[in-house]
Design a binder for this molecule. Structure first.
Ligand code: ASP
Length: 291
């Protein structure tokens, strides 16, 4: 048996290093994926996840997160969750302790409170200032830089179990209540022990149109290795969207299969991911651009 872990963006490297040590020592894929998401959620320097995440148009940080266990396809997700430092933990509690798969807004906050998680302000001086600048630019009808990124993880453990997790504050200046792909099974993440696992980052509104992560796992099921599946899933959705739309948003994904192979691809040049496995020290790499 082997293990591997792959996660979106260089900001996941610190958490991934720890999670890789855990996987090597026998931690579960689920524990590893959640550990990476939690580490990024708690880092105020990451401006698109958890503490210090990008606020919505009203200046409020609303978080989306999810967990999927490839053993039984169980899923837990939260969306538009406010005042919570660890949305991925609440997502996992939805999975393990409720009869549901997703809780949103006040309902998710109620579960977080029942878990004993303290209500917290997620705004930092830096994120408040960034929001004020964006708001002023919008009011002056200037263009506002698109800001977003998700920590998305796919992991395989020594017992042959696969898991995926995601966490994000979504798109900068989104409308209150906007939900992206990250908490949506099949779009932002997917994991099935029989095949593989995947997690996405990029413009949720476009990722959702192709159920990107389910598609990557389905391509692995049809026989593609993870790298080819990642490239094919991105390429086909990008081309389909480009055929009938003026603009295609940024999209990227990471994936792993039950044999411990990993893959990553994006439709833009700036996507980098972190990965580790036996004989492969944790490192950040650029993903190939396809489209
Ligand atoms: N996919 C996230 C969303 O649309 C943002 C990102 O990963 O860049 O909410």
């Amino acid at each position: 048996m082997t293990w591997c872990i792959v996660a979106t963006w260089p900001f996941s490297l610190a958490g991934l290093e720890q999670a890789a040590r855990g996987l090597q020592a026998g931690s579960s894929a689920l524990e590893a994926a959640i550990a990476v998401a939690r580490q990024v959620e708690s880092d105020p320097e990451v401006d698109s996840v958890g503490l210090g995440g990008i606020p919505n148009l009203d200046g409020i940080v609303e978080l989306d997160a999810a967990v999927m266990d490839g053993r039984d396809l169980s899923i837990g997700a939260v969306a538009a969750l406010q005042h919570c430092l660890s949305p991925v933990l609440v997502a996992d509690r939805v999975r393990t302790a409720t009869a549901h798969q997703m809780l949103v807004g006040a309902g998710a906050e109620k579960l977080a409170a029942a878990m004993g998680l303290q209500r917290a302000s997620l705004l930092t001086d830096k994120s408040l200032k960034a929001w004020q600048d964006r708001k002023a630019a919008l009011e002056a009808r200037q263009s506002v830089p698109v800001g977003h990124d998700t920590v998305g993880i796919a992991a395989l453990d020594l017992d042959g179990n696969l898991a995926a997790a995601t966490s994000t504050s979504g798109i900068a200046m989104k409308l209150a209540g906007r939900v992206g792909d990250s908490p949506l099974a099949g779009s932002g993440f997917y994991a099935d022990n029989d095949i593989g696992a995947a997690a996405a980052t990029g413009l949720g509104e476009d990722i959702m149109k192709g159920c990107l992560c389910y598609e990557a796992v389905a391509l692995m099921r049809s026989g593609l290795d993870p790298q080819s599946a990642a490239e094919q899933a991105i390429r086909q959705l990008h081309r389909r969207l480009a055929r009938t739309r003026d603009h295609v948003g940024d999209m990227a994904l990471v994936c792993a299969d039950r044999q411990g192979r990993i893959g990553a691809a994006a439709n833009h040049a700036s996507f980098q991911y972190a990965a580790a496995g036996p004989g492969q020290a944790p490192a950040v790499r650029p993903a190939p651009q396809v489209g």
